[in-house]
Ligand binder design. Structure first.
Ligand SMILES: NC(=O)c1ccc[n+]([C@@H]2O[C@H](COP(=O)([O-])OP(=O)(O)OC[C@H]3O[C@@H](n4cnc5c(N)ncnc54)[C@H](OP(=O)(O)O)[C@@H]3O)[C@@H](O)[C@H]2O)c1
Length: 222
């Protein structure tokens, strides 16, 4: 499957790109607003994988150009720009494509991070308003720590929660997630439940900040 990471030049994009290329046979495409930045990052990821004897080609390009070739498009950009980014690539999407949102809205003050959803209730619900007809939206990867993903020496042993309206699309995203060794994907219901999933992220970040040994922590339900 071809998986495009829009904003794949950033932290979670790097983590997902490296893990997907390392553990799975999916083709990973790195998108950016700046095609040159995407190409540079794709080369950097290839170099890291090559140092681990993984020969792979990661293509970089403008967000809209990589979305054209993708079956699954992960919108790995800051939460305030998810909807605009989907709209910017809408014409590149085909019927049956899947958009994945990993985004959580958070504010920070002296006490730490606080959940700050948009008026729609969650970033995933807000993003749903921009998804073209025939394309399915799935929320996933919200509660993963980018640094832990990007460190290919780190064992994962963590869960990610998957929300969406279409069971087939959720199944495809679940299979992609579980292709990453040590990652389990759990169905958390429809998009109306995205707020509950997204709101876990500031809790995890606050706990990581206040407990040295829990840097880059994740959740595992037992
Ligand atoms: N960091 C984590 O541990 C983590 C974990 C789970 C989920 N998430 C979610 O994943 C998303 C990305 O997080 P991140 O930490 O990877 O963010 P980030 O590194 O700050 O940004 C990711 C990429 O977004 C693009 N971008 C920045 N401003 C933009 C704009 N105005 N319009 C469109 N694209 C823009 C940039 O790519 P270009 O400049 O190359 O276009 C940037 O490299 C967030 O919504 C976050 O909630 C993050």
């Amino acid at each position: 499957m071809d998986i495009a990471l829009l904003g794949g030049t950033g932290d979670i994009g790097e983590g997902l790109a490296l893990r997907l290329a390392y553990h799975t046979n999916h083709d990973v495409l790195i998108g950016s607003r700046d095609p040159a930045r995407a190409a540079n990052k794709a080369e950097e990821y290839e170099t890291e994988l090559d140092s681990r004897a993984v020969e792979t080609t990661i293509r970089g390009g403008a967000n809209a150009d990589v979305a054209v070739d993708a079956d699954v498009v992960v919108v790995a950009v800051p939460p305030y720009y998810v909807a605009d980014t989907i709209e910017a690539v809408a014409e590149s999407l085909d019927e049956g494509d899947i958009i994945v949102s990993p985004a959580t809205g958070m504010d920070r003050d002296d006490d730490g991070f606080h959940y700050a959803p948009p008026p729609a209730g969650s970033v995933t619900e807000h993003a749903a308003e921009s998804v073209p007809d025939g394309v399915e939206l799935v929320g996933a990867f919200h509660n993963l720590a980018a640094g832990r993903l990007a460190n290919l020496d780190a064992e994962l042993g963590i869960d990610t929660f998957v929300v969406g309206e279409d069971d087939d699309a959720k199944g495809i995203v679940t299979d992609i997630a579980e292709g990453i060794e040590g990652l389990r994907a759990l169905d958390a219901g429809g998009i109306a439940n995205a707020a509950e999933v997204e709101s876990l992220t500031p809790l995890l970040v606050n706990v990581a900040m206040h407990n040295d040994r829990l840097h880059d922590l994740g959740l595992e339900l037992k």
